[in-house]
Design a protein around this ligand. Sequence first.
Ligand code: NAP
Length: 251
Amino acid sequence: MSGARKILLVTGGGRGIGAATCRLGAAAGYRVAVNYVSNHAAAGTLVESIRQAGGEAIAVKADMASESDILTMFETVDRAFGRLDALVNNAGVIDVLSRVEEMSAARIDRMMRVNVTGPMLCAREAVKRMSTRHGGKGGAIVNVSSMVAVLGAANQYVDYAASKGAIDTFTIGLAREVVAEGIRVNAVRPGFVDTDIHASSGDSDRLRSVLDILPMKRPATAEEVARSIVFLLSEDSSYTTGAILNVSGGR
Ligand code: NAP
C-alpha cells in the first residue's frame, strides 16, 4: 500500500469533510491524527471506528485560533508518531448570513484567525518537519479553500470568501517556496457540501434553499471532496503542486 506508515494530520478532522478525509486516509494506510476543537465525542467515535477497521488514529484537541494550541498539537503528533508526512488544513468556520456593513470586527477577526492564520501556522509547523532543508523527508499539504473564494458570496459571507481567497494565494506562494524541498502544496475548492457547517449560517434550511443554483442539483458528499484531497496527498499527484482543484460540481 503506497501510503503505508505515513502520518497524516487533519485539522477539523472530527466531522464533515475532515472526518471523511481521515477515514479515506486511514483506509489508504496513513496513521491519522484527528484534530478537533470542541466535539470530543465525534472525534473519539471516528478514532474508534478507524481502529476497529485495523487502522491507527489519535484525537488531538486544539483551537486553530490559538498559536499555543497549534504548537501543542504538533508536539503531540511528534510524540505519538515521530514524523509528519501529510497535513490537511481543513478546519474552517462560516458565520450568519450578513452584508459587509453589518459585520463586527470580532466576527471578521475570528474568521481570519481560524480560516487564515491557523492554517498558515499549521503549514509553518509542517514545513519545519517535512522540508529537506530542515532534515525532513518531504511531504504534502492540502488546504481546504472554497468556491466562494472566486464567487465572492455577496450578501452571505464576503468575509469568509475573502478568507478562502487568502488560502488560495497562500497555497500558490507556499507551493513555490518549498517545491525544491520535497513538499507539494495544493488546495481544493469545494462548492456546497452536505455537512453541519451550514447550521452556522442562521438558515436551518440552507442546503435545500440553494439546490436550484447547484448545477448538479445536489450538494457534494463529504467523501466526494475527501477523495480529491487524498488524491492530492498521494503519489498519484506527484507532479502536481500549487494547484487549486475545484470540487464544486460545475459551479
Ligand atoms: P463542519 O462539518 O462544520 O466541520 C468542521 C470541523 O472543523 C469540525 O471537526 C470542527 O471541530 C472543526 N473546527 C471548527 N473550528 C475549529 C477551530 N477553531 N479549531 C479546530 N477545529 C475547528 O465543516 P465542513 O463543512 O466539513 O468544512 C470543512 C472545511 O471545508 C472548512 O474549511 C470549510 O470552510 C470548507 N468548505 C466547506 C463547504 C461546505 O459546503 N460544507 C464548502 C466549501 C468549503 P468540532 O468537531 O470539535 O466542532
